[in-house]
Design a protein around this ligand. Structure first.
Ligand code: DGL
Length: 278
């Protein structure tokens, strides 16, 4: 596969996730740096990543990075906690463009906002098993305790669009009860799918718990990194010039319907690609 390495300010940003979750990060990037072009890839054929091994998630992530690089992206945002936890080290090893992950920005924010030092993290099984949030938060503040809880049913519920639904409510109650019992005051939404059920999670966690959505902090970090490298796009892309392009590995129409329900920008199409070829 040909990789075009010529990049500059007007080159697009590559963003990927296992499915629709990364759109919560895309939404923030669109808000905070509206001049940027985005190439999004959602691995809808192979979602969920959270129940798969580190080796498998790393292989998938490497394929996606190779695909995104065919568009001469100037940076890559790993808009998936599971891929950040499992594959970031490998991806960073041999790449000459910046890579932004979603875990560090969320960990930093949680370490700053907790008052009682009890932080809950909800995420996929793979992210919780990696202990990555504990590792990063402890580097910033040794005096906090981090309680992780894997919530494997949330991703399929979100992918099915059950964002406000009694079933989601019931599952959330079960998953969050032990974190509420140990009196956490901060809850990291450690999977990019979870901000889509934020109102359910907030209602069940209660008003004394601050929810941390790493998407906002990730977009901010991306903006800072591009600024410091003089890579922010300063000329607004011409209307209709393919500013945002979406690719998936399966079920493109379902993805477009979902994406349009959460992103204000009208997404007309997504293209299905055979990611195994990369
Ligand atoms: N949205 C992803 C994350 O942030 C992955 C969910 C999954 O595929 O299991 O972890």
């Amino acid at each position: 596969m040909e990789i075009n390495r010529e990049t500059g300010r007007s080159s697009p940003i590559g963003v990927f996730d296992s499915g629709v979750g990364g759109l919560t990060v895309v939404r923030e990037i669109m808000r905070q740096i509206p001049n940027e072009k985005i190439i999004y890839f959602g691995d809808t054929a192979r979602v969920p990543y959270g129940s798969k091994s580190k080796e498998t998630v790393t292989r998938y992530s490497e394929q996606i990075v190779r695909f995104l690089r065919t568009f001469s992206v100037k940076t890559i945002v790993v808009a998936c906690n599971t891929a950040s936890a499992c594959a970031l080290d490998t991806l960073e090893k041999d790449i000459d463009i910046p890579i932004i992950d979603v875990v560090k920005p969320g960990a930093k924010n949680a370490a700053e906002v907790t008052r009682n030092g009890r932080i809950g993290v909800i995420a996929t099984e793979a992210t919780i098993a990696s202990q990555i949030y504990t590792e990063y938060i402890k580097q910033l503040n040794r005096n906090v305790t981090i309680y992780g809880k894997a919530c494997p049913l949330f991703v399929p519920l979100v992918e099915e669009g059950l964002l406000e639904d009694p079933v989601t409510d019931e599952i959330a109650r079960r998953y969050l009860s032990e974190l509420i019992d140990i009196d956490i005051d901060t809850l990291i939404l450690g999977c990019t799918h979870y901000p889509l059920i934020r109102s359910t999670l907030g209602r069940i966690a209660g008003e004394n718990v601050t929810l941390v959505n790493p998407a906002y902090e990730t977009a901010l970090e991306l903006k800072r990194r591009l600024e410091s490298l003089d890579l922010l796009n300063d000329d607004p892309p011409a209307l209709g010039a393919n500013q945002y392009r979406f690719f998936v590995s399966d079920k493109a129409e379902k993805f477009v319907r979902f994406a349009n329900s959460i992103i204000k920008y009208g997404i007309l199409s997504a293209k299905a690609v055979n990611i195994e070829e990369y």
